[in-house]
Design a protein around this ligand. Structure first.
Ligand code: ADP
Ligand code: MG
Length: 301
């Protein structure tokens, strides 16, 4: 066993034990196509994640968004064919491989894992075997996951999208778990501009405020964009994860804050937190402005 396995670094107070970081396809591909992958962007993000893994070994799991290849594989599926989603496993493996090659070039050990081989639906819901993930983390190796198709209880395949995959890591053996989805917007925007204010916090038990702000999904998106992300992350948060939506910046200096307590994140990183724990920095509901006050009260950040 490696040194990382013998003495895993303790999580800092208020920070997670394990970080699941998902880089959205929107950051590394043009999803209006079926096959675009921006390798320069992948290399830039891979270098940032590699630095995180070198600094905090054994604490990060990577999830690759499917982007153009993922969405392209599941458009126009034949509803009569229970195995129609099979092409997704090939498409997302190509994406995982692009990331894995970039991690190797960035100097860290990374291993792509097929979610379909680790996770199936049972009558009680999706069940995952995390034995290999735990071993990889213990050795300081970065597990590289992606969306996939998984076997259902009735023997067909269903799509298990990359916003859902982090949920399989929400397990006592890895917790506390933080899930950060890096995407092309700074959080759930409360207005129409891409740089406007975002909802600072969403209760996973009441997502109505978030749903009300989500605009119509583009026709080429097969995972319902922000609405799909909110619903997936709320489900993970109800199982105990701390979930964050924030914008990815391939030119940023570091991703170290992703493992820091939320109240120590840089002030200039807008984000939406989806967690059962309400941030202490938010005004208590009783001190919120009276109803006559115009504007969205939860939009202050
Ligand atoms: N209120 C909102 N705030 C931010 N983004 C929104 C909102 N409503 C819809 N969206 C859409 O969600 C997109 C992010 O989701 P998505 O494209 O699936 O990203 P990813 O590739 O990271 O999964 C944004 O680019 C935007 O088009
Ligand atoms: Mg998406």
């Amino acid at each position: 066993m490696s040194a990382a396995a013998a003495a895993p670094p303790p999580a800092r107070a208020g920070g997670p034990r394990t970080l699941v970081v998902k880089v959205g396809g929107s950051l590394v591909s043009d999803k209006r196509t079926d096959d675009h992958l921006d390798t320069a962007a992948i290399h830039a993000y891979a270098a940032l994640v590699a630095d995180l893994v070198r600094t905090f070994p054994g604490r990060t799991v990577f999830v690759a968004g499917g982007g153009a290849l993922g969405h392209g594989a599941v458009r126009d599926l034949d509803a009569a064919d229970g195995f129609a989603a099979l092409d997704l496993t090939r498409a997302t493996f190509a994406v995982k491989w692009a990331w894995t090659a970039a991690f190797r070039e960035a100097g860290i050990r990374a291993l792509p894992l097929q979610v379909a081989a680790m996770c199936t639906d049972q009558r009680s819901g999706a069940v995952a075997d995390l034995t290999v993930v735990r071993r990889l983390l213990a050795e300081g190796v970065l597990p590289v996951l992606s969306g996939d198709c998984i076997l259902t209880a009735d023997g067909s395949l269903r799509i298990y999208g990359s916003d859902h995959v982090p949920g399989m890591l929400v397990d006592g053996s890895l917790g506390p778990v933080r899930i950060v989805t890096l995407t092309d917007v700074p959080g759930i925007l409360t207005g129409t501009g891409p740089d406007g204010p975002v909802l600072p916090w969403v209760s996973p038990d009441d997502t109505a405020s978030a749903h009300a702000l989500v605009w119509e999904t583009a026709p080429w998106d097969t995972s319902d964009a922000m609405r799909g992300k909110v619903d997936a992350l709320a489900a993970h948060a109800r199982r105990g994860a701390e979930c964050v939506i924030t914008r990815g910046d391939r030119a940023s200096a570091s991703l170290h804050h992703l493992l820091a307590p939320m109240d120590r994140w840089p002030a200039d990183v807008p984000h939406t937190l989806i967690s059962r724990t309400r941030p202490a920095s938010l005004p208590h509901p009783r001190t919120a402005p009276p109803p006559s006050d115009p504007g969205i009260t939860s939009a202050r950040s």
